[in-house]
Write a protein that binds this ligand. Sequence first.
Ligand SMILES: Cc1ncc(COP(=O)(O)O)c(C=O)c1O
Length: 355
Amino acid sequence: MSRFWSPVVHGLSPYVPGEQPKQDGIVKLNTNENPYPPSPRVLAAIASAADRLRLYPDPRASALRETIAARYDVAPEEVFVGNGSDEILAHTFQALLKHDAPLLFPDITYSFYPVYCGLYGIRYEEVPLDAAMRAQIADYRRPCSAILLANPNAPTGIGLPRDAIGRLLAEHPDQLVVIDEAYVDFGAESAVPLVATHDNLLIVQTLSKSRALAGLRVGFAIGQRPLIEALERVKDSFNSYPLGCLAIAGAVAAIKDDAWFAETRKRIIASRESLVHALSGLGFEVLPSAANFVFARHRSHGGADLAAKLRQHGVLVRHFGKTRIKDFLRITVGTEDQCSRLVAVTSSLVAAARG
Ligand SMILES: Cc1ncc(COP(=O)(O)O)c(C=O)c1O
């Protein structure tokens, strides 16, 4: 606290990212990173881009926008890129979500959304997920300026089918619908094919999860041109060069390596299914996940207590204090070895408590 702080800084409740431990040997299943290294082509592309470090990067990142456009069958002018999808979400809140009527998003979702509302002074209302932790389109029939859904949702992992998003768009032709598809590649249906026919749809994706590039900080948005132009206007009033030349080169190589992508996501989905099976066998209720994490609660152990005990045994998972989900753990799908370690430690904790 300082007398130099502006009133807005006094009022902020910043997002708290998951822990990034310094010590080795931790089984790190707390921030939904990909457990595998990125495509070797990414590393080669970054190495060969290094001789351009003297120069400013392309402020439009045209090579990357064209690569994404080709991959998702849209025009380059329908693509926006940024320094991680968090930055794109921040620009979206400022450029497109600040209106008189409230923004709607679920009560249980990515906890950065209310933080952006605080930063930009945006009114919002939380719409409760149903008892099964699913978003119901009918619950969004209320006055609003825009709707924001993560699909699959985080931290629940539950996906919404594309036709449900289509119904939401049809019911709200005059409201912007933003779909945060950070985890979509692990099993949900992307709404990108709906962009061509809906001027009120913006999709946000990231290379942090399914492309294993959380450290490179690259995200992108797809939407019709006026929406992309709004994001460009905010970006060019903030930072002309959000992506360095290494990030642009690496991201292009990542998007082009379809074989690495297909193989890695298949492996993570297979590990997820084994993990769900093992956790269910240990007495957990596990929500159906279309993501690279699972959200689970044990029938007789509280979430905070289990997370703390796992931590003592060198296994990090994420626990949220919000009342409705305080008994759940969000567990990232790791390598086969990491998942086995999590299951072994959990099993011994559950057995010890039983006596
Ligand atoms: C739902 C959701 N959206 C967006 C992000 C931000 O990802 P990044 O900024 O790494 O692209 C995350 C990160 O965990 C997330 O869970």
